[in-house]
Design a protein around this ligand. Sequence first.
Ligand SMILES: [Fe+2]
Length: 233
Amino acid sequence: MRVARKTKKTSGSSSSRRSTGRSNRRTTSRSRGRTSSRSASSRRASSRSPSRTGTTRSTSKGASNGAASGGGISAISLLEQQHRMVDKLFERIKAERAKRDQIFDEICTALVIHADIEEKIFYPSVKARRTEETLYEAVEEHLSVKRVLADLVDMEPSNPKYMAKVEVLKELVKHHVREEENTLFPEVRKMFDAGELVDLGRRMMQMEQQLRQGGESELVRDLVEHTDQSAPI
Ligand SMILES: [Fe+2]
């Protein structure tokens, strides 16, 4: 399905088409020294394995999304941690000119994993009438983020437009984070109790581990193949 979409894109003008070629070069250089015996399809299959039905919706109100309940981290705390980590990386990429390429790799990895986890576990689990509009906006924002990331994947930091694109990416992420933390998360806190959020967080952490095991080259491929349209939720 993804291959077909990619083929279709190849006949037109798109960032995806450009990125596919670029990503091969970038992926090769970025993946040097890293090995993965798992195919993209097997990683994707396993990354989808956590069942969406594993977390039961709750109507209990006033529940805390505290970091731990018998061990583990709540889904919201996990996502907030990821947000803060990316904030710091954006500060570093501006300040540490000589390390921009390496820091961008970290930003790219963090954002692709963050988007995957949200699109495949968090958003479907918290989708309800009260959150649906915010979630549809969120996946469109993810799409914009992925497209700028895909552009940057094949740009060198010495390119005069490099930091301009990084700034655009930063602003997109900043807006997205604000929406999640100020609008989505408060609604989710009303829908789930602490135990349910920890259960959700556990599944999200498992998926993060699987994605990291897949390696950076697969993450970049995953990114490039998902710049056509927003993720279904
Ligand atoms: Fe997000």
